[in-house]
Design a protein around this ligand. Structure first.
Ligand code: GRG
Length: 306
């Protein structure tokens, strides 16, 4: 049994994630320009990728981390939504012909296939910008000390720049078709994917006034499960179902990308992901049952099929 904060009691992680997704999906529109706002094409393109689906794991982690230390989902909601805007921007850009050149994402044709490359690039840029508009709006400043809002925005910005997600993406690109060692592979996975997950967890905690010990424990938890998530992503690119994943599988191999299964094999990669999740959860020993959703989300990371 998992307690989802104070507002709902639920039976399983599946239910927790679907409730969280519903909450985020229902909140996105209030933080976006109206789809009919001029110029319409960019707002349609932003909405297209945002509303195409997605598990909403990053916003759910912002909320779960806040609730693990007694915070409120309503207070952290703008940052949770901003995390999804940022994530969707990375997906739109990652799918572009200059990068992965993918045809499907979230079960639909990729943004550039529908709106063209120029609008897809601008749509990613606009979503990233919108995230910062949302994070720094007045509404949040009324419920959280301003210093914490600034710290949380800084935290997310640091995770996604050239010394975070973009840096990981660059090393990933530059490593295509080349043999790389396990340290470089780990760098790519931690920077490209792990930092952002860790930042979402830290943001939820910072906005909820976590103390230094809580923040350090949550950071270690986030580092472990973020890397595990990307290892499982590599595995699913081989063993996953395209309909469930909503995207083409086999693309890593087609592009001759270094992945955990390519370097260590499928079984060893699964073992490594499981070990990381257990090590991550071990950092939450001082947290009470309000951290149960975080623990279960971590376990979902290695059990997921989509
Ligand atoms: C600026 C041109 C330009 C490109 C940037 C930032 C970037 C390109 C790429 C980011 C790297 C990236 C997309 C990493 C993959 C992370 C990942 C595993 C995404 C899938 O996440 P899920 O499974 O997706 O949570 P859903 O659809 O469920 O939200």
């Amino acid at each position: 049994m998992i307690q989802l904060g104070f507002f709902i009691e639920i039976l399983s992680i599946e239910k927790y994630l679907s409730e969280g997704k519903k909450f985020i999906d229902g909140s996105l529109a209030q933080f976006l320009p109206d789809e009919s706002a001029y110029p319409k094409s960019i707002h349609e393109s932003m909405n297209y990728s945002l509303l195409a689906g997605g598990k909403r794991l990053r916003p759910i982690l912002v909320i779960a981390a806040a609730e693990a230390i007694g915070g409120s989902r309503d207070v952290v909601l703008p940052f949770a939504v901003a995390a999804e805007f940022i994530h969707t921007y990375t997906l739109i850009h990652d799918d572009l012909p200059a990068l992965d050149n993918d045809n499907f994402r979230r079960g639909k044709p990729t943004n550039h296939k529908v709106f063209g490359e120029a609008i897809a690039i601008l749509s990613g840029d606009a979503l990233l910008t919108q995230a910062f508009i949302v994070m720094t709006n007045g509404f949040l400043m009324e419920s959280v000390p301003r210093g914490n809002v600034l710290k949380a925005a800084h935290e997310l910005a640091r995770a996604i720049g050239s010394t975070g997600v973009i840096g990981g993406q660059v090393v990933d690109l530059e490593s295509e078709g080349k043999p790389i060692d396990s340290q470089t592979l780990e760098y790519i996975h931690i920077y490209k994917t792990g930092f952002f997950f860790k930042a979402c967890i830290r943001v939820g905690a910072i906005l909820s006034e976590a103390n230094q010990d809580q923040l350090s424990a949550l950071s270690r938890f986030g580092s472990h499960i973020g890397l595990a998530f990307q290892i499982v992503d590599d595995i699913l690119d081989i063993t996953g179902d395209e309909d469930l994943l909503g995207k083409d599988v086999g693309s890593d191999q087609d592009r001759n990308k270094a992945t955990y299964p390519a370097l260590f094999g499928l079984e060893e990669s699964k073992r490594k992901a499981e070990e990381l999740v257990e090590q991550g959860i071990a950092n939450l020993g001082e947290f009470d049952e309000r951290a149960e959703p975080l623990r279960e989300i971590a376990r979902f990371f290695i059990q997921r099929t989509f």
